[in-house]
Every structure is written in structure tokens, then in C-alpha cells.
Ligand binder design. Structure first.
Ligand code: GLV
Ligand code: MN
Ligand code: MN
Length: 475
């Protein structure tokens, strides 16, 4: 006889397949092949995703916003961020999860498994939203994950490894310029703990002050308590909208992510003399604004010169001081985002941008007062064991899927650094992470109010997540 938790998984697989309208006999044959013994499906399926409830939750969360609907703006440690946090903790409590929060507000909801000492299987994402964005980015990976847990609970599933949903603090770099702040800190990056002590936002509010006013009062040394042990998790899967057009264009509902592209961000400041827009003649000027404009064009040139479609660069912030039409900019501040699936090619672009900044400063007689690489992260690979679990799930659900690269970054990039405890058959250290995508439409819009994912696509994503987590929990 199979152990009870294995029988339970098989029953769930049967129910899932039935819920997906899949041919039951064929599904049972597949499950038998997987498990090596016959399974039985003896009753009504309690295993179905509440896609209407999930949509309602997403709409409700979107109402916690500092910009008018349909846009969403929810910035770290703002009042709206606080409301969203309370909302998520409320759902976790209703689901009977054991809830904890760390010093910076990463929120963990754990369903304790029968072998609680084993590394947990985790999932999760973020609910902060960049200014004027949409309501699905990150949110599907938190509320969808909670619906996956709810679905497994309703089915009667009992996890062996604990299952955990994490709501990460500040995946978006909006307030302090630091992306994936919560997961980066969980991964134990000492330089980040140091820089968080001094970093300020554009209103000169420090990270520690902002955290304190949101209810996370801490001493600088408490930042270290956020670090997690390397073997805290056996696997991590993040459900996320695709944020690009590929799945929609190809008519495929699910993407399984094999790698996440390497992101980097840079802050640059130029300083000149400024002066009166009418009285200072052109030859006498050293315009910090034009230096920034020239650097923005240099970023585009270096990115295009890489010769690869996979290299991308964006200047999303360009601020001029004093910001008056009749005053020559005396200071400029620009923030540059560069990414590639090839780390060396991305680093070569950064080096060329650095050279251009120095040349422009010389040519224009402005001071390059800052050239700071904020982050220069390596890419992350998904581990085969987790890809296998996802492929197993999509195949059981009879869904079409595509293996793909994530060009957006996600908290998975840093969760990949935490899970080093397994040895693969070839005795290499492996990194069990995974992101899975659900289709987004129209046109793959994201980071815009037009962002949209259909309830059906989200329900498919939730089912795949639930099944893959159930499988990994029993391993
Ligand atoms: C995440 O929001 C990203 O910019 O990739
Ligand atoms: Mn985002
Ligand atoms: Mn996101």
C-alpha cells in the first residue's frame, strides 16, 4: 500500500484532472504510471479553484491605491501598503496558516506539514505596485498562492513538507531604489543590511524611519534577523503574470520559467553651474541636463551595439534641478536599468556607460558627482527538479505550456540563493527555484493600468501551482 499522503496526492491529481475536464481514464493511467500503483477516484471533486473569489480579492486589493482606478500605486510603507499588508495577513489567518512577519515586513503564512523539520516548499510574490501600474503584477503570486493553499485544504490534502506563502517586502525599487528588497535581505546580503542603515528616499526620509512609521520599528542590527538559513526551503515557485506578449501571441496559457535575466541598475549625477536661461550665452554653459540627455542616448547606443535582442536598457528616471523653464539645469539625476540573459554582455554595457559618463562630463565641463551601481545581479537558473514538478502538473492538467526565460526580475532571483541544501545526482549544488507565468493580455502590457489576466488563465496558474507544490511537498 502507498503511504497515506501519496494516496491523497493521487486522489487530488484525479480531482484536478476531472476539474479540468480531462479524460478521466487517461488521467488515471498517467497517474498510475507516475506512482507505480493503481489509484482510485471515489467521489465528487472538492478540488476546484474559486476563480471568482480570486478576482474579487484582486479587485479589493487594487482599491488600496494612491492613484485613481484603473491604475494602482502602492509604495513601500505607505498607508496603502499597510492596508494591503493587513489584508494579506487577514486572509492567511482565515486559512489557518501560522503567520509571522520579519523585521522589514516580509510576511510568511505557513501550513505546517507532517514532517515540519524538513525544508518547506515556498511560494509567493509582492503586492507593492510602481506608480500608475496595474493590479496583477505580484498580486497574482500572493493571492493566487493563497487560493492554491485554500484549494489544497478544501481537497483534504495533507502536506509532508510544510507549504509556505511569502509576501515579500518591496520587490519594486520605487521608494529606496532597491529592487527585491525583502528577498534580497532574506538571502543574507550583508552590503544591503549596511546600506539600508543610511539610505533615504527622495523626501530624505530614511529607510529606518519609514519602516518605523509603518509599524516596523527596528534597530539597525535587527536587519540581520531577516537573513534566512540556506536550507530553509527545499523549493520555491513564484506564480506571476508574464509581463510580455509571448504567451498571448502564441495562444499558450502557461509559461514555465527556466531562467531569470540578469538585472542591474545605476544612479548617475552631473553638476554644472546652472544660471539664467536668457542671460548665459551658449558657449559659456555647462548644462547638467544636456549631459544627462546625452548619457541617455549613449545607453541606447551601447545596448543596441551589443548586437543581441536580449540586451535591454532603460532610463526611467531623469530629474533636473532646479526644474524651472528659465533656469539652466545645474544638477541632473538619472537612473538606468540594464538587463540581459547574458551576464557578461550586460556587464560590458555597464562598463561602456561608465566610460560615456566620464567622457560626457569632460566634454561638457560638468562634474560627474556620482556613478553608483546600485545592483548588478547575476541571472538565476531554475532547477530541473522544480521544472519537472511544474511540467508534471501542466501535463496532468492537459494544459499547453512553453519553457521560457523571464526578462522581468522576481523575488525568485534571490530565493534561488537560499536553497542550496540538496545535492543533485551529479553532486552539484542545485538551486530549486521556479517561476511560472500565466498569460497576460492585451499585448502583454504590464507596469501599466491596462495590465490584465483573465480569471480562467489565473485559475490555470493556481491549479498548476497547487499541484506542483503538493508534489514537491511529498518528496
Ligand atoms: C520587476 O518589476 C521588474 O522590473 O522586472
Ligand atoms: Mn513589477
Ligand atoms: Mn512583479
Amino acid at each position: 500500500m502507498p503511504p497515506p499522503h501519496v494516496s491523497r496526492l493521487l486522489l487530488i491529481l484525479a480531482c484536478l484532472v476531472a476539474a479540468a475536464g480531462h479524460d478521466d481514464a487517461a488521467a488515471r493511467r498517467t497517474m498510475e504510471a507516475f506512482a507505480g500503483f493503481p489509484s482510485s477516484d471515489d467521489g465528487e471533486s472538492p478540488f476546484s479553484v474559486d476563480s471568482e473569489g480570486l478576482q474579487r480579492q484582486i479587485d479589493e486589493l487594487a482599491s488600496f491605491s494612491d492613484s485613481p482606478a484603473p491604475s494602482v500605486t502602492r509604495v513601500l510603507y505607505s498607508d496603502k501598503d499597510g492596508q494591503a499588508r493587513r489584508h494579506i495577513k487577514g486572509i492567511m489567518n482565515q486559512l489557518g496558516l501560522s503567520v509571522r512577519e520579519d523585521a522589514v515586513g516580509n510576511i510568511f503564512g505557513r501550513w505546517v506539514g507532517s514532517e515540519a523539520g524538513l525544508g518547506a516548499v515556498a511560494t509567493g510574490s509582492h503586492v507593492d505596485a510602481i506608480p500608475f501600474s496595474g493590479k496583477y503584477d505580484g498580486v497574482v503570486g500572493v493571492l493566487g498562492a493563497l487560493e492554491a493553499i485554500s484549494t489544497l485544504k478544501r481537497s483534504g490534502f495533507q502536506p509532508k513538507r510544510s507549504l509556505e506563502v511569502i509576501m515579500f517586502t518591496s520587490e519594486e525599487p520605487t521608494r529606496f531604489g532597491i529592487s527585491c528588497l525583502g528577498s534580497r535581505l532574506m538571502a543574507g546580503i550583508e552590503e544591503l543590511a549596511q546600506s539600508l542603515i543610511n539610505v533615504v528616499d527622495n523626501q530624505n526620509v530614511s529607510f529606518l524611519e519609514a519602516a518605523s512609521s509603518a509599524g516596523y520599528k527596528m534597530h539597525p542590527e535587527d536587519l540581520h534577523s531577516v537573513f534566512l538559513k540556506k536550507d530553509s526551503y527545499s523549493a520555491f515557485i513564484e506564480l506571476h503574470i508574464e509581463q510580455g506578449p509571448i504567451l498571448e501571441k502564441e495562444g499558450i496559457p502557461i509559461g514555465i520559467v527556466t531562467a531569470i535575466a540578469a538585472p542591474a541598475s545605476i544612479k548617475v549625477e552631473f553638476e554644472g553651474n546652472g544660471g539664467h536661461a536668457g542671460a548665459v550665452l551658449m558657449p559659456a554653459r555647462n548644462d547638467a541636463g544636456l549631459a544627462a540627455a546625452e548619457l541617455a542616448l549613449a545607453v541606447e547606443k551601447h545596448v543596441l551595439d551589443s548586437g543581441s535582442i536580449d540586451t535591454v536598457g532603460t532610463v526611467g528616471i531623469l530629474q533636473l534641478h532646479p526644474g524651472a523653464i528659465n533656469s539652466i539645469p545645474s544638477k541632473s539625476h538619472i537612473e538606468i536599468d540594464v538587463r540581459d540573459i547574458d551576464e557578461k554582455r550586460r556587464n560590458d554595457v555597464i562598463e561602456k556607460v561608465r566610460q560615456s559618463a566620464a567622457e560626457i562630463s569632460k566634454k561638457r565641463g560638468v562634474v560627474l558627482s556620482e556613478f553608483q551601481i546600485i545592483n548588478q545581479d547575476p541571472p538565476a537558473q531554475s532547477d530541473k527538479s522544480v521544472i519537472d514538478a511544474m511540467e508534471f502538473a501542466v501535463k496532468q492538467l492537459n494544459l499547453e505550456y512553453k519553457l521560457m526565460i523571464s526578462r522581468a526580475y522576481h523575488d525568485s532571483l534571490f530565493m534561488a540563493r537560499l536553497s542550496f541544501s540538496f545535492l543533485s545526482p551529479s553532486h552539484q549544488l542545485i538551486r530549486p527555484i521556479m517561476s511560472s507565468f500565466c498569460r497576460i493580455s492585451p499585448m502583454g502590457y504590464s507596469h501599466k493600468p491596462e495590465e490584465y489576466a483573465s480569471p480562467e488563465d489565473m485559475a490555470n496558474g493556481v491549479k498548476v501551482l497547487a499541484l506542483a507544490m503538493a508534489k514537491l511537498s511529498l518528496e
